[in-house]
Design a protein around this ligand. Structure first.
Ligand SMILES: *Cc1c(COP(=O)(O)O)cnc(C)c1O
Length: 401
């Protein structure tokens, strides 16, 4: 019996080694990685420059404490501010922690405005993490079930629906912020319309709310810009980051600007590990390499190629609802639950994911080339068409199975 708690439905495979977009399991079988550890390993595996930076930092200094100055943290905060236009950064270790910091900022902001019980508008199908506060902000009953009582102070509205947010603004004087993913990742790679963020910004301005953008999954070059909001011309007040930030070294960050940037004072928030020298060195190297290798341009090129090919090859066929996403954050929504595709792709040496039961999700490394994209499509497209054939002729499939 395993001594590891049973919190994951793990696939029956363990990886031993990785190189670029490829992983090898313990039996030596090779897999094309179209998941990047859930949008984490943007540089792919064992990137030589990344490895060299980590090796050097491990030999020099791993951890001190936020009791002391950490120059690498200062340097990383400067870099993040420069690429985002935000003012300052709180460092933590994960996406849920970055969102916890955002939620705490919103509450401080509310109390400063004399709102007794500050509330935050959150979205249906949102995912913000699995701590008690962030699962309360998350729009999935599956994530919340069994952990009641939920944290109070969240008002939920449908995603991509400005009218719903306006109605809340009229009715609820306790709201002080909106927390939203521009592209919902776990919720099914849901894309909002072009003017959604602009509309949210207008509502936030009118009611003095903070606009808080969870870019934990969509950030760090994944959509073809450093951050998804940079496609829109509208900037947030608060922005939680994690996943791709350290290319696999655990690091999260909550960026803030304007009124949100000066809320935390010594003693308000903290983290033992947050922003330690090793994690910061990893993030700085990640930023350097994304820039040097023009990986954001690659994400646009290869992402557009994959979506165009998917549209051409399976776009019109019965059972395919929509092909969507931005850059290398890609979703294929089918009409039927298709979780079985994950194991079938694994058998064929390709790592994919299915979220919300019926959306095939692809999050390849930002280094994914058109050659790898071709290999991915050559495996995935026949799997999807075969799956859909069986859906429409279940009896024939049962006979041949
Ligand atoms: C993954 C994710 C989180 C949670 O990150 P953890 O590091 O697992 O805590 C939060 N928000 C979004 C949008 C995510 O995709």
């Amino acid at each position: 019996m395993s001594h590891v708690m049973n919190t994951y439905a793990r696939l029956p495979v363990a990886f031993e080694r990785g190189e670029g977009c490829w992983l090898w399991d313990t039996s030596g079988k090779r897999y094309l990685d179209a998941m990047a550890g859930v949008a984490v390993c943007g540089l792919g595996h064992s990137h030589p420059k990344f490895v060299a930076v980590l090796r050097a930092q491990v030999g020099r200094l791993v951890h001190t404490s936020n009791l002391y100055q950490i120059p690498l943290q200062e340097k990383l905060a400067d870099r993040l501010a420069a690429i985002s236009g935000m003012e300052n950064v709180f460092f933590c270790n994960s996406g849920c922690e970055a969102n916890e910091a955002a939620i705490k900022l919103a509450r401080l902001y509310g109390h400063k405005k004399n709102v007794e019980a500050p509330a935050i508008v959150v979205m249906e199908k949102a995912f913000h993490g699995r701590t008690i506060a962030t699962l309360s902000a998350t729009g999935s009953r599956k994530v919340q079930a069994g952990f009641e009582p939920l944290v109070a102070g969240f008002v939920r509205v449908p995603f991509d629906d400005l009218e719903a947010v306006r109605r809340v603004a009229e009715a609820n004087r306790s709201v002080v912020a909106v927390l939203v993913e521009l592209l919902q990742g776990e919720g099914g790679v849901n894309v909002c319309h072009d003017d959604y963020l602009k509309g949210l910004r207008e509502i936030c301005e009118a009611h003095e709310w903070l606009l808080m953008l969870d870019e934990v999954q969509s950030g760090m070059g994944r959509t073809g810009k450093w951050f998804a909001f940079q496609h829109t011309g509208v900037a947030p007040d608060v922005m939680p980051l994690a996943k791709g930030l350290g290319n696999g070294l655990p690091i999260g960050a909550c960026l803030a600007a304007g009124a949100a940037a000066q809320l935390f004072k010594p003693g308000n928030h903290g983290s033992t590990f947050g922003g330690n020298p090793l994690a910061c060195a990893a993030a700085l190297a990640t930023l350097d390499i994304i820039e040097e290798e023009r990986l954001m341009d690659n994400a646009v090129k290869v992402g557009d190629f994959i979506r165009a090919e998917l549209a051409r090859q399976i776009g019109g066929i019965k059972g395919v609802r929509e092909i969507r996403g931005k850059g290398l954050m890609i979703g294929i929504e089918l009409e039927a639950a298709c979780g079985e595709l994950v194991q079938q792709a694994l058998d064929r040496g390709v790592l994919i994911n299915v979220t919300v039961d019926n959306v095939v999700r692809l999050l390849p490394p930002l280094t994914f080339g058109t050659e790898e994209a071709g290999l991915l499509l050559a495996t995935l497209v026949p799997l999807i068409t075969r799956f859909l054939d069986r859906q429409s002729a279940p009896q024939a499939a049962a006979q041949t199975a």
